[in-house]
Design a protein around this ligand. Structure first.
Ligand code: DP6
Length: 332
């Protein structure tokens, strides 16, 4: 059996940083994100009884670095013992560079693997499985504006708004396509163990979540921008205060932040956010996109620009059994 799924990365406006249970990968805080439309990962999962071990191919090259996490995710979905699996992934944006490639990858993986096995878990269950592999991946199981709630024993994800209910635009300023040196997983643990700001970060998260939820419900762009920038800079302050310090920015990241602040002082409806990498994401109203894009493209150190709207949830696009292939692109 073979199945292919497509998923888009999501960008957190209220960030997940820190784990309350590393073994089960349960986040220490809730988070709110937007799922993108134009960046995507397509993943084909093929159960192959003739192979002895799993294989992962990313954009045409064998990837041994990510393979252990993929294996672990497949073990959770398929149980043990299980047949070997070939996973072939294509991603149209830089991988492991702070653009949520692992969120898109694990969201696509759980959907494709579930289908390749002939199973049909519901979306909430798939979100739980994706979240165990990578916390942010649970959010890519849903489109539009998404909240991951911090419940006692599980990962609970809800959609707050559909993508077309508030069609914001995202301009991504790429300052380097190189993979980051420190994974989010490792960096979060360094922050938890050493940052003097970590506990306060956890304590204050519910205040930011409430404010962002209300801004989204009221389509209040200024309020959303204010709390999102505040939450992003707080998360990076936790990182900067860690020992050793966790610093994902480069000089171009700061230059991009200044560009957004200049646009804001000229009255443009735009705000920024930055994840565990040096890329800046500018979120704006549709009428500001051309101006924001031009200003960021003109900023020193920006090597590329990607633009996206808000997109839909991870979904199955193709399934093939023993006899024939079934296209299912619009069926979920
Ligand atoms: C800064 O989901 O990559 O992007 O659960 O360890 O795989 P793991 O972490 P991951 O962390 C994402 C961190 C972030 C903020 C966010 O997306 O909420």
């Amino acid at each position: 059996m073979q199945a292919t799924a497509r998923a888009q990365p999501n960008i957190a406006l209220i960030k997940y940083w820190g784990k309350r249970d590393s073994a089960r990968n349960l986040p220490a805080v809730g988070s709110i994100s937007i799922t993108l439309s134009d960046l995507h990962t397509e993943m084909c999962v093929e159960v192959d009884e003739s192979m002895h071990d799993d294989v992962l191919i990313v954009n045409g090259c064998e990837d041994r670095h990510m393979l252990p996490r993929v294996k672990q995710c497949l073990d959770t979905i398929m149980g043990a013992p299980r047949p070997a699996v070939r996973v072939v992934s294509h991603c149209n944006f830089p991988v492991a560079a702070g653009l949520a490639s692992s969120a898109a990858a694990f969201a696509a993986l759980v959907v494709a693997a579930d289908s390749a096995l002939g199973q049909s878990r519901d979306r909430a269950e798939l979100a739980g499985l994706a979240g165990r592999a990578s916390g942010s991946a649970a959010r890519s199981l849903y489109g539009g504006f998404v909240e991951l709630a911090n419940r006692d024993d599980d990962i609970v994800v809800n959609r707050l708004l559909e993508s077309d209910e508030w069609p914001l635009r995202i301009v991504v300023a790429i300052t380097t396509p190189d993979p980051k040196r420190l994974s989010s997983t490792d960096a979060m643990e360094i922050s938890r163990k050493t940052s003097p700001f970590y506990n306060r970060w956890i304590e204050r998260q519910s205040v930011d979540l409430d404010e962002a939820r209300s801004a989204i419900a009221n389509r209040d762009f200024a309020k959303l921008g204010s709390v999102a920038e505040h939450n992003c800079l707080k998360m990076h302050s936790v990182m900067w205060g860690s020992r050793p310090p966790v610093i994902y920015w480069n000089s171009a990241t700061l230059a991009c932040m200044q560009t957004v602040r200049d646009l804001q002082s000229e009255g443009a409806a735009v705000f920024f956010t930055i994840d565990a990498g040096p890329q800046l994401k500018a979120i704006c109203l549709p009428e500001e996109e051309t101006r924001v894009r031009a200003a960021l493209a003109d900023t020193t150190g920006v090597s590329d620009i990607m633009v996206s709207g808000l997109g839909s949830r991870a979904r199955l696009v193709h399934r093939q059994g023993d006899s024939d292939g079934v296209h299912v692109a619009n069926s979920t």
